[in-house]
Design a binder for this molecule. Sequence first.
Ligand code: NAG
Ligand code: NAG
Ligand code: NAG
Length: 226
Amino acid sequence: MRIATTLFATLALVASTVIAAPDNKHGGKDNKNAPLVINKRVLRTSSVPFIPHTGTGLFTNWVGLNVDFKYIQPVFQKVNTTAALGNGTLISRGESHITVILPPEYDNILSKVNITMQELNALATKNNRLQRAHFDIECLGRVQAVTQPGNVFQQSVQLIVKNYKDILAYRTDVFKLFVKKGGNPALFAAENYQPHITLGFKNRDLFVEDGVFKGKNACIHKVQLK
Ligand SMILES: *[C@@H]1O[C@H](CO)[C@@H](O)[C@H](O)[C@H]1NC(C)=O
Ligand SMILES: *[C@@H]1O[C@H](CO)[C@@H](O)[C@H](O)[C@H]1NC(C)=O
Ligand SMILES: *[C@@H]1O[C@H](CO)[C@@H](O)[C@H](O)[C@H]1NC(C)=O
């Protein structure tokens, strides 16, 4: 009951920040509502290599679509230095990617039927399939939550991804492999997935386990690819 109440409070906070409308009052030269411009080459991920992520500890095994940080860094700088967006509070990882198989999906579900990272990477690199995936950017998203212990205010800012059926097709093949290896189909859903490119965060990144959802719901600002 206590856990449920805390979760509800967290969700309520998240909902209220998502609903908050952008500040419209001040127009002028430095138009706050101008879309955030991103170089459209950011979508051409076939020009950067696939990077395998394998390790021995929890959260070290996952599959990612590498995104060229050269096109993401200027967006990060702009967001970090804009009061209404990042307000100079953001930490950057110095790289960018779309997580395709999440660490908990590997640790808790896929590895339990002895699927190896080598198998997932082979599936991703066959004909450079994952790096060649087509996708588009929906908006700039932001999620916020107060986490325990210590009532710490956390904020994570990301580019929300849309039109990602190639990525979904990869996850569907992973699902088929999981079932073939005897996995319970109820435990992995290819479409239960919210692709995004993390730009930065305050303190630490936030995940679905924190009660936040990095989908269209989290949009705070328009982006324009050109
Ligand atoms: C930005 O950060 C400063 C310093 O931490 C704070 O005083 C201010 O209220 C923040 N502004 C916004 C819009 O978050
Ligand atoms: C974000 O902006 C703050 C304030 O200007 C700066 O101290 C910080 O280094 C910036 N973050 C990065 C990763 O550049
Ligand atoms: C996974 O591999 C281990 C060690 O070889 C074996 O004991 C276990 O039965 C396997 N599990 C499945 C679900 O195949």
